[in-house]
Design a protein around this ligand. Structure first.
Ligand code: CA
Ligand code: CA
Length: 299
């Protein structure tokens, strides 16, 4: 299987990035990834302020997918996520929401073993591996890998884990897929500014879909499908995710505007992905059984 190593990484999602590898549509590819700090923190004595900020939020890639052309949708099946044996968290004054309550920087190294992450001497939790940064190159200006948007990017959506299928827009030839910023565990919101940040590897299958009408970014897993939307404010991101799904229900399932809105209000769960990045990200989740009832099959 094609493997892309961490020595080929980017800090901007850009149409000008030279592809580091090429896959055929339908191929499996393994992306090895650094943590969001570029693996610069190896002890609790090292803090946020000592980081080289040019090495923050590295995304491994980009991958050129043969046959992916602007206007297509790139289907990314997340087959597996492997994690390192420890994660790291940091905080600092003004960072995230809770940074308002701290006066100095701190760092925590969290052991990850046998499917559990140790938070402290009292608390351990089952891991729930997810991909924080995953996206294609935007058509226009480059976007920093720390920022989410219509191309994907730093969405920090807890649902982007193994078994899920993510649909991303193809804005440039080859799509130029890149990813990084794995978390062993993260709560919706990422309120303190990071999850359990960890290095690892992601195995995906990439497929270029022609004439696919899904709004992107869009995610499907075992029992749920969801629209993901990023905007400058949480309010705008909530509206974007909701209306994106409303449009999908009308266009693809054939519901009228009243029925679609009422359905979202009855069984749609509007959730926050993260509120700590330069743009905020929300998602609208619906039970997959609804699509099945209407005879809709995800490509
Ligand atoms: Ca992130
Ligand atoms: Ca992160």
């Amino acid at each position: 299987m094609l493997t892309i190593h961490t020595d080929t990484k980017i800090h901007k999602m850009s149409k000008d990035n030279a592809p580091v590898a090429t896959a055929k549509s339908g191929d499996m590819v393994r992306f090895e990834t650094l943590d969001c700090f570029g693996c610069q923190l190896s002890s609790e004595e090292q803090h946020l302020g000592g980081l080289d900020w040019n090495n923050i939020n590295p995304a491994t890639g980009p991958l050129f997918v043969e046959g992916a052309e602007p206007g297509d949708v790139l289907k990314v099946e997340i087959l597996s996520i492997e994690l390192d044996d420890h994660g790291v968290m940091v905080d600092g004054p003004g960072e995230g929401v809770t940074g308002a309550a701290v006066t100095e920087e701190s760092t925590k190294i969290l052991p990850v073993k046998d499917g559990m992450v140790t938070f402290n001497e009292k608390l351990s939790f089952p891991i729930c591996p997810m991909i924080g940064v995953i996206g294609t190159a935007p058509a226009g200006e480059a976007v920093d890998t720390g920022t989410p948007g219509a191309h994907g990017g730093n969405m920090d959506c807890t649902r982007i884990g193994a078994g899920a299928t993510l649909y991303l827009p193809v804005n440039v030839e080859g799509a130029l897929l890149a990813m990084g910023d794995l978390h062993a565990l993260m709560g919706d919101g990422e309120v303190e500014v990071c999850g359990v940040e960890i290095a690892g590897a992601v195995t995906v299958r990439v497929t270029a879909l022609k004439q696919c009408a899904l709004p992107t970014p869009f995610l499907v897993n075992d029992d749920t499908f969801m629209s993901i939307f990023s905007a400058l404010t949480v309010d705008e991101a909530c509206v974007g995710a909701t209306m994106s799904m409303h449009g999908f229900l009308m266009k693809e399932l054939g519901l009228n505007e009243h029925e679609a809105g009422m359905l979202l209000s009855v069984v749609g769960n509007l959730r926050i992905c993260q509120i700590v990045d330069p743009e905020k990200t929300c998602r609208m989740e619906l039970p997959k059984s609804i699509a099945e009832t209407y005879g809709y099959e995800f490509a």
